[in-house]
Design a protein around this ligand. Structure first.
Ligand SMILES: [Zn+2]
Length: 120
């Protein structure tokens, strides 16, 4: 999906560039009115491609937010337990506070920051 978006951006930019060049070139010695029409069509197609690519980016962005919340739990969510009482924790018990995963235990109501060794 991401690669497709980048390709759409690049292809769109190239089309817009070609469209502008064709319109500019139409004023040259070998140019013709047909170049202007063709250039405008190509430019519009390119703009539409960029527009669509930027529009579809809003959906994966939403996905990234939920993905970030899931990330701290991707080690082993099923076996994650409370540090204080050892009670089993669900993904819903983890909230993102200031970019850090915070666990709110439903059993002993302890709130603490979920600390995990960074992978890097
Ligand atoms: Zn607990």
């Amino acid at each position: 999906m991401r690669a497709g978006k980048i390709i759409a951006y690049i292809a769109g930019s190239i089309l817009v560039l070609f469209g502008v060049l064709l319109v500019l070139g139409s004023t040259g010695d070998q140019g013709s009115v047909g170049w202007i029409v063709f250039g405008i069509i190509i430019g519009v197609v390119g703009l539409v491609m960029i527009f669509l690519a930027s529009r579809t980016s809003s959906k994966p962005a939403d996905k990234n937010v939920t993905l970030n919340i899931d990330l701290p739990g991707n080690v082993n969510m099923d076996t994650l337990s409370c540090q204080a009482c050892g009670g089993p924790l669900k993904p819903e018990d983890i909230t993102m506070v200031a970019g850090a995963p915070v666990v709110t235990c439903p059993w002993c109501h302890t709130t603490y920051q979920l600390t995990e060794e960074p992978k890097w």
